[in-house]
Design a protein around this ligand. Structure first.
Ligand SMILES: [Zn+2]
Length: 458
């Protein structure tokens, strides 16, 4: 073995011995992928600290390992281990996840745990971050996402509350599926003439849930769609007035616009966008229905955004207007739903994403899932990126989370005309469970108010 390599290996071994340092190996090495679904914290640590491991990158249900070349055959001979993404240094890992607006056409090396893994020279990574390219380098601790089943310590739970349970029990996965199927019948490209009809249908659904409706109008000036005109479109909103803290708002949102392989063409049919994202907007409507006749302390704004496929425009314009008016300070929490209906593996994998500043919320969502949707295999990440409508709320300092299936790249019909309800495997099971978790969290962040008696006294 070359003396320099012996030196490098000794150095890397010394570094690897440091806690949490099994990450930064500048030396490209072969890789393998280990299925770590529900293996537990102790086993996970054991895997990462094996002598042949040069670096590790955790992606929820799967672990990407950089290993010594001579150890690779042994790894591949083990159960739950498959070939990796080629030879790679951890410092050149770039992670892409559910990117509606593909800013770089660079193909991924592979999909690990629902995330796209790309190779990017470290210098380009620094530039990409500065340029705001959607995606992220590997976090310092090597953990992009972690299954809550693989977290250390006992699983956090919520105290079972019969009032919350009653709301959760009102979540009707069949009704939700019928709603998304109906929305999938509209061509909901932001440029489509039918977008207004879909908006009106959403408003009528909000009215049916006893909400006060309005629209947020704005001008869509598309980025990256050469020749596409600026158009005036809007976000439908349904408001539930809070009983005791009406000036504090909780936003429950999802985009309702769709696309297929074309992004800014409202004529090219079909553009059903059943999973992306009739499933999310129908989820917002289903949550509104579950809270009918449930007084909350804070006001809840249920809304569906347009312009998401053109660069998160509908939610960005909305946040900008709240910032201008100062109302952004009223928004105490935001829940975003995007693609909640595809479970290919039958393990009901679901993700809850936010940023580092709000990482504590992940434990709360985990507790809500453990208590009210225990069938969910929840995967948490505090390294979210600008990939859907929670992003500009986070950027404005609002505690916001994104709840969804385990990644978009697992869904073959993503941004295709074949994104139809029939292709959403186990949609009702997964969508229903995610909505139960979100209903419990909404009850928690909005606060349940004591019921008002007929005479208006509490
Ligand atoms: Zn989407």
């Amino acid at each position: 073995m070359h003396s320099r390599t012996r030196l490098m290996r000794a150095l890397a071994a010394a570094i690897t011995a440091l806690p949490g340092a099994a990450v930064f190996a500048a030396e490209p090495v072969p890789t393998v992928i280990v299925d770590i679904h529900a293996i537990g914290a102790a086993r996970l640590t054991e895997l990462k600290s094996r002598p042949s491991v040069r670096w590790s990158a955790e992606f929820g249900t799967e672990l990407l390992l950089g290993v010594d070349a001579d150890s690779k055959p042994d790894w591949l001979a083990q159960p739950r281990v498959r070939d990796g993404v080629g030879t790679l240094a951890s410092a050149e890992i770039w992670i892409r996840d559910h990117v509606c607006v593909h800013q770089s056409a660079q193909p991924a090396l592979g999909i690990v745990g629902g995330f796209e893994v790309l190779r990017m020279p470290p210098s380009a990574i620094a530039y990409s971050q500065r340029a705001g390219l959607v995606g992220t380098p590997l976090p310092a601790d090597g953990v992009m996402a972690r299954e809550l089943a693989n977290r250390d310590g006992p699983r956090a739970v919520m105290g079972g509350d019969p009032q919350v349970q009653a709301i959760v029990d009102k979540i009707d996965a069949e009704r939700w599926f019928q709603t998304l199927s109906l929305l999938a019948g509209f061509n909901r490209n932001s440029y489509s003439a039918a977008l207004g009809s879909a908006r009106d249908w959403i408003l009528s659904a909000f009215e049916g849930a006893q909400l006060t409706t309005s629209v947020f109008p704005y001008t869509l000036t598309p980025s990256g769609c050469a020749g596409a005109p600026s158009i005036n479109i809007d976000n439908p909103i349904g408001r539930k007035l809070g009983a005791t803290l009406p000036d504090e708002w909780i936003v429950v949102g999802a985009h309702y616009d769709s696309r297929n392989s074309v992004r800014c063409d409202g004529v090219a049919n079909p553009q059903p966008g059943a999973n992306d994202n009739a499933s999310g907007c129908a989820g917002v409507i289903e949550l509104a229905r579950a809270f009918v006749d449930v007084p909350t302390q804070r006001s809840v704004l249920f809304m569906c955004f347009s312009g998401e496929e053109q660069g998160l425009v509908g939610s960005q314009r909305y946040v900008e207007s709240l910032t201008t008016s100062g109302d952004i300070a009223r928004v105490k929490h935001m829940i975003n739903l995007d693609m909640i209906g595809y479970d290919p593996g039958g393990t009901l994998d679901a993700r809850v994403d936010t940023n580092a500043a709000n990482a504590a919320l992940l434990t709360q969502y985990g507790a809500a899932a453990a208590t009210y949707a225990p069938e969910l295999n929840l995967i948490a990440s505090s390294s979210t990126s600008a990939n859907t409508d929670h992003w500009y709320f986070l950027a404005a300092g609002v505690p916001a989370v994104f709840t969804w299936e385990n990644g978009a790249s697992i869904y073959a019909h993503y941004h295709q005309s074949t994104d139809i309800p029939a292709n959403m495997t186990r949609a009702r099971e997964l969508g229903g469970a995610i909505l139960k978790m979100d209903a419990a969290m909404l009850a928690s962040v909005a606060g349940l108010a004591p019921p008002l008696f007929a005479d208006g006294f509490e």
